[in-house]
Design a protein around this ligand. Structure first.
Ligand SMILES: *[C@@H]1O[C@H](CO)[C@@H](O)[C@H](O)[C@H]1NC(C)=O
Ligand SMILES: *[C@@H]1O[C@H](CO)[C@@H](O)[C@H](O)[C@H]1NC(C)=O
Ligand SMILES: *[C@@H]1O[C@H](CO)[C@@H](O)[C@H](O)[C@H]1NC(C)=O
Ligand SMILES: *[C@@H]1O[C@H](CO)[C@@H](O)[C@H](O)[C@H]1NC(C)=O
Ligand SMILES: *[C@@H]1O[C@H](CO)[C@@H](O)[C@H](O)[C@H]1NC(C)=O
Length: 421
């Protein structure tokens, strides 16, 4: 499932050559998911703030909706002026992004960064984007001949790692978090923090051993609630990790997942302003309303459910079912207040020493936080960012030719060894 098998002896030879050429440069590994269609999916980036940043500034770094960043982290959005709340340096956040299929592999290509004085490719990659991208990947993605001369104000495309794996893990709905391994991390620790197992992490990432190195990027499956919206809905494929929220339908609805079950639950959002009707046809129920009626055979449950956002219209659907017992009141994932300090427990690992060559974090003045252009809009749930790539375009050699050097050793090893799956 993870890897395409090499097609010929020539492919092997090619890989061996690349291996020899790149062996000296290779430092960290990343999980690559080959893909062959233009579908995109929702995914998450594990991002550690390199400095104090406003919510809107974090969102602008990734060109995502600030409210979506907050809800993905179960941060209460009802605080006044929450988008201008300052989040502390070293805070770990999950950033929701759209994962596309580009040149036969999964990646996110919707993020751009405007360079500032004193930026280097290394400081952008290792510090500002927290190791989610490498200096080499930035250089290749932007065809930079001479990395020592970056024009200030230049817009760089920032390719970011992501995986979809069909939105499932062991046949259950899952969303994948791209996690940058920190020096203190162990596979056991990561597995327990994200309610998964070592075996599962090893399978997903096609690992031959439990060894991980700081800077590796793991795909971590998070148990989630999936939606069943039609393909023409703008939020098609919405998937919400257990314990969090997503905002959709132009901020009109919020959907939550957990803690009790895997059913996506959507209801009007607290910041809903001018929204199309949320009422179910032929009833007086609104999206999220559930009525129960005890009857002889059990409990007659009627609910008004959200069915996707189509052309600015909130699709609703009434469903009735006879259940053995009446459900209790809807449970919601607990919300946290906008963080002001970083807790030093296992949830937020201690700050890793920045591994920058030359420019350390100290040289990045806090006052020059990037606020590029206008506030970002709502990220497309099924963004059209994927470049068309038929399965034939996914030739191994072509794909590899565009791979960053740091990924090659890993790929090489994986192709040469029997996969544990
Ligand atoms: C993809 O996931 C769907 C359910 O979301 C499942 O029916 C289908 O079998 C999966 N396909 C593969 C190739 O795993
Ligand atoms: C969701 O997370 C909670 C803890 O936050 C856990 O108790 C529950 O089992 C999880 N539910 C699913 C379906 O994974
Ligand atoms: C239906 O949902 C709306 C909004 O969530 C709520 O204000 C209202 O009280 C609910 N009505 C019933 C009958 O549950
Ligand atoms: C359940 O309730 C709905 C409306 O409240 C009603 O139309 C339907 O006939 C009921 N079904 C059963 C099996 O009682
Ligand atoms: C959305 O609206 C456009 C034009 O207003 C129409 O052509 C299209 O069919 C609509 N799409 C859906 C799914 O209703």
């Amino acid at each position: 499932m993870l890897m395409q098998k090499p097609r010929s002896f020539a492919s092997y030879t090619f890989l061996i050559l690349l291996f020899i050429v790149n062996a000296a440069l290779v430092t960290s590994k990343s999980t690559i998911e080959p893909c062959s269609n233009s579908d995109s999916c929702n995914s998450l980036l594990g991002y550690t703030l390199y400095t104090d940043l406003k919510v809107a500034e974090v969102a602008s770094l990734f060109q995502v909706d600030p409210i979506a960043v907050l809800t993905a982290n179960a941060i209460d959005i009802s605080y006044p002026d929450v988008e201008n709340h300052i989040l502390p340096s070293q805070l770990f956040l999950k950033i929701p992004i759209s994962c596309s299929c580009v040149d036969g592999i999964r990646k996110s290509v919707s993020t751009h960064y405007k360079t500032r004085p004193q930026d280097t490719l290394s400081s952008i990659a290792d510090s500002i984007y927290g190791g989610l991208v490498s200096a080499d990947q930035l250089r290749e993605a932007n065809s930079i001949q001479d990395p020592s001369v970056l024009d200030v104000g230049q817009s760089l495309m920032v390719p970011l790692p992501c995986t979809c794996f069909n939105g499932t893990d062991n046949s259950l709905p899952a969303i994948y978090l791209s996690y940058v391994v920190k020096p203190v991390d162990t596979l056991t620790g990561i597995a327990s923090r994200y309610f998964t197992t070592i075996t599962d992490l090893m399978n997903v990432n096609a690992m031959g051993s439990t060894a991980i190195t700081a800077g590796d990027i793991l795909a971590v499956p998070l148990s989630a609630c999936s939606s069943n919206f039609p393909k023409y809905a703008s939020d098609y494929g919405l998937i919400v990790p257990n314990g969090s929220y997503a905002i959709t339908a132009s901020h009109c609805l919020q959907c939550s997942c957990g803690p009790g079950n895997r059913n996506l639950y959507c209801m009007p959002a607290s910041l809903a302003v001018s929204c199309s009707s949320m009422q179910c046809k032929n009833s007086n129920l609104m999206v999220g309303n559930v009525t129960v009626q005890q009857s002889g055979g059990g409990c007659n449950v009627t609910s008004c459910n959200y069915g996707g956002y189509v052309n600015g219209t909130i699709i609703t659907g009434l469903s009735t079912s006879l259940q053995p017992r009446c459900p209790g009141p809807q449970q919601f994932p607990p919300l946290v207040a906008p963080p002001t300090t970083v807790t030093r427990d296992s949830e937020y690992a201690p700050a890793p020493a920045p591994q920058l060559d030359g420019a350390g974090t100290a040289t990045i003045p806090k006052t020059t936080v990037p606020v590029s252009g206008s506030l970002p809009g709502f990220p497309p749930a099924s963004g059209p960012t994927a470049l068309g790539s038929s399965s034939d375009a996914c030739s191994l050699v072509n794909t590899l030719a565009t791979f960053p050097a740091t990924l090659l050793l890993w790929l090489f090893t994986k192709l040469m060894m029997p996969s544990p799956m």
